[in-house]
Structure formats: C-alpha cells, structure tokens
Design a protein around this ligand. Structure first.
Ligand SMILES: Nc1ncnc2c1ncn2[C@@H]1O[C@H](COP(=O)(O)OP(=O)(O)OP(=O)(O)O)[C@@H](O)[C@H]1O
Ligand SMILES: [Mg+2]
Length: 457
C-alpha cells in the first residue's frame, strides 16, 4: 500500500530525547556586544520595511508578493471585499491571485498549493471557504483542518475578520476543550478544527454530517497526510466525504514523496508548486553561531535577548525538556520569557500565545508545536536552539523552513539564528545543501562579514 511507502516521511514531533552536548568543548562562543549591536541594526532596518517596500515587492515578478490582479477582479462577495479592505489587504499576493480564481470557479476544482511562509495562504483558502457557503443552509458545509489548536484558532480569527460584514456566517471550532452535549446537531456553516476532535464530532457523535461537506481544506497539508503526522485521522475523515467535495491542500513545503501521495488522494488537482530554490525567502537572513555546548548556547541566547530591544523572538528547542530548562534558566536570570509546549493545558497555551501577541513577553520559547503557521507580525528573530531533526536524527528541512518562517511575514525582514555545535554542524550543512542557500557564520572578527551583516545582504 502507498501508506507503507511513506513510512520514512518526516515528522512534526516535539518529543524525543534531548540532544547530548559534549561538555568538554570550549564554552566560549558567545555573541559579543559588537555582534549584538550589529544585529540590532539589521533588525531596526527590518522594522522600517514600509508599505512602500511591499509595493516594490508587488511589482517584482520574482517576489511571492507579486500581483497584477486586484481583489475586485476576483468576483468575491461584496461583503468579503469590504472585509478584506477593512483588514488592510489592498491587493492580493501571488498565491492569492493564482489560487483564488481557480478555487472560486465552477465546477469546483481540487487544488494542491504551495507558497512560501508568510505569503497569505490563509486568506486564499479562507476566502474560498467563505465564498462557497450557502447561508440559507444551517448545517456545516465547509471543513478546515489544521495540525494544532493554536493554528486552528488563528485560521478562525482570520475567517471571522474576513466575514465581519456577513454577520449570518457562523463558524465553530472543533478543538480540544470544545464540547457539545450528546445529540447536538451543529448549525454553523464552517468547522475549523484539529483532526481528533473533528473525527469525534463527525463520526463518533455525529454532530454534523460529513457527507454534506462541500469544501475540505487541509492547512499544513503535508504534515496532515504524512504517516508520522496526522495521516490516520485525516484519512478517516476524508473517507466520509463525497467524491464531489472540493479538496484544497495548502502548505509551504511538500516533500517529493508527500506530493506524490497527495496527488493520489486528491482527484485531478490543479497543482501550484514552488521550485526548490524558490522555497526559502530572501527576506529572511540566516546565520549560525558555533557554540561549544548547551551553556554556550544559553549565553548566546541571553546576549541576543539582552541586547535586542526591538521586535520579538521565538526560540525553538527540540524537546519540552530543553524548552523548560531554557525558560527556567532565563527566568532565574531575570528575563521575561514565555514558554509554550504541548504539556500546557489548552487555556494556558492560548493565554501564553495571546500575551506574546500583545508583546507582554518579548521572547517565546517553544518546540515544534508552534513551528507551523503561527503568524505574529512583530517576530523579527527566530532562534533554533536545537536544529530540527527527524526520528532518524537527520536534518528535518521542512520543519526548518516552517520555523524560520515565523519571522519575515508578508515581505518583512527577518533574522534566523541557528545555534550549532560541532556535532550538529552536519545537520546545518544538510539544510544548506537542501535549499541551496548558504547559512552564514556570525563572526565579528571578519571585517567582510561585518560589512555584509550591517548592509543586510
Ligand atoms: N493581500 C494581503 N495584503 C496584506 N497583507 C496580507 C495579505 N495577505 C496576507 N497578508 C498578511 O500576511 C501575513 C501572513 O499570512 P498567512 O499567515 O496567511 O501566511 P501563510 O502563507 O499561511 O504562512 P505559513 O506558511 O507560515 O502558514 C498575515 O499577517 C496576513 O494578515
Ligand atoms: Mg499558514
């Protein structure tokens, strides 16, 4: 079976054992004050990326923001157009202008779409979802699945904002913590949720009829259909859908095998695909700092955090254990950091993310649970405390791209800093090779490097 061919696929996994560092290596690779001030310069530059820059990117055919069409030309419901403008969306991005006309056309077409992180995939599929709803029918017609609780809520927030001038449109979240009484029949038009809960609601409790779903969306589709991801649950849901149901897959990454698999499960799809060299964004500058051991990594972080006052940062750790160790240590040293990992309750998770979105904490320490889809505009730095690896301890290039994509949203500048030691250097090299893009060392001893960094090239 196909599924068995896919057993080597990459995983989104916050578990696993902590990477053991070699304690003998010299713990002296901190980021110096000079480096910190350079970083600050780079970041300030990034922050003044103005509307004007976005306009420039829109006119560059090589930019993911490039567009020639307008939202008006897309025959959207006037209320949705009004919603878009109220959100400050003046013109579509490349993925929006490419995907939307096809998604809205009749008869409905299936689609597998890829577009870089932060380029507006959510609006593309949410507009299609909202457009397909028949407001005269009071039962769920559209189903959207996402891999995490936080992402499902975020998609729902975007949909709610876009539908603000369509008050009759009702959206319900099928996520952990949301429960309904037995016998409930949902009257909302759109369900946005995570696979486990949707399966419960649709199959176990029959709160809604999966055969009446007209549009089925998978955000972060590659991980939703990967063996080690949410494949089983996604498939069980998919099985109950009618053949006529319009299927939309969206992600910033598709491993070759996953794409082939996706093409098997989505009938006659229109495919929008990026070339490998287009996948990584030019506006996210990538660096690495060679650190002796975990303590040296900690010191690097503390220095970055202490020195950078502009913007916000997300720090990714491989395990919950490292994440809480780092958060504890930084907190004891007087830093104000937030920690979000899978072990928190849903209420705690959403409270932490809300506080971070509001800027109460400037640094968020997390695991792969937040690597995909989360959109916080003010994030200017992503730090990989540990490089992402899969179960075979090989470079997880897809997760890498998603993690660094938490910065550099919609054309803004972003900085990705990888903390590596001699043992993880080969992972970094594999990531570099995969994307064909150099990850530069941060070394202020080299005048050329200093020049490049401050010019942000
Ligand atoms: N047409 C537009 N005009 C202005 N801003 C936009 C437009 N489309 C999207 N955005 C903004 O761009 C940001 C990124 O969008 P979104 O979260 O949909 O990215 P994404 O492609 O889903 O990325 P990821 O792969 O990380 O999930 C959001 O803050 C969104 O509000
Ligand atoms: Mg997204």
């Amino acid at each position: 079976m196909l599924a068995s061919e896919l057993k080597n696929l990459k995983v989104e996994n916050a578990g696993g054992e902590m990477h053991n560092e070699d304690a003998d290596e010299k713990p002296d690779d901190m980021i110096s004050q000079a480096e910190v001030s350079l970083l600050q310069k780079v970041i300030r530059k990034g922050l003044i990326t103005s509307k004007h820059d976005i306009e420039v990117q829109r006119k560059d055919p090589n930019s993911p923001l490039y567009s020639v069409k307008t939202f008006e030309a897309m025959k959207l419901r006037p209320e949705l157009l009004k919603g878009l403008y109220a959100m400050g969306f003046d013109a579509p991005s490349k993925i929006q202008e490419t995907a939307l006309p096809t998604l809205l056309a009749d008869p409905a077409q299936n689609m597998i779409a890829q577009s870089q992180s932060g380029t507006g995939k959510t609006a593309a599929f949410v507009l299609a979802m909202l457009s397909r709803v028949d407001l005269n029918l009071n039962h769920p017609q559209v189903l959207c699945l996402a891999p995490t609780y936080e992402l499902a809520l975020q998609i729902g927030e975007v949909a709610t904002k876009m539908a603000q001038f369509l008050p009759a449109m009702k959206i319900v979240f099928a996520v952990r913590g949301e429960d309904r009484a037995r016998g409930t029949k949902l009257t909302e038009h759109i369900i946005i949720g995570t696979p486990g809960k949707v399966l419960d609601w649709g199959v176990k409790y029959k709160f809604f009829d999966l055969s009446k779903i007209k549009v089925f969306v998978l955000d972060e589709a590659d991980v939703m259909i990967a063996t080690q991801g949410h494949q089983d649950q996604s498939f069980r849901i998919h099985k109950y859908l009618q053949p006529s149901c319009q299927v939309m897959f969206f992600s910033a990454t598709y491993e070759q095998q996953v794409m082939e698999f996706a093409e098997v499960i989505v009938p006659d799809p229109i495919i929008i695909r990026l070339k490998r060299e287009e996948e990584s964004l030019e506006n996210i500058k990538q660096y690495y700092v060679l650190c002796g051991d975990q303590e040296a990594k900690y010191n690097s972080i503390a220095n970055i955090y202490g020195g950078i006052t502009v913007g916000q940062a997300i720090i990714f750790c491989h395990t919950k254990k490292t994440a809480s160790w780092l958060a504890g240590k930084m907190t004891r040293d007087g830093h104000s950091v937030a920690l979000l990992s899978g072990e928190l309750t849903v209420e705690q998770r959403i409270a932490v993310l809300d506080r971070f979105r509001q800027g109460v904490e400037k640094v968020l320490i997390t695991t792969n649970v937040l690597s995909r889809g989360i959109d916080v505009e003010a994030v200017t730095i992503v730090v990989n405390f540990d490089l992402p690896i899969d179960l075979q301890r090989q470079a997880d290039c897809e997760t890498y791209l998603h993690r660094i994509g938490r910065t550099g949203r919609f054309g803004k500048m972003g900085l990705a800093i990888n903390l590596v030691d001699n043992r993880s250097m080969h992972i970094l090299k594999d990531i570099e090779r995969h994307f064909g893009k150099e990850i530069k060392p941060l070394d202020t001893e080299d005048p050329d490097d200093i020049g490049k960094l401050s010019q942000n090239k």
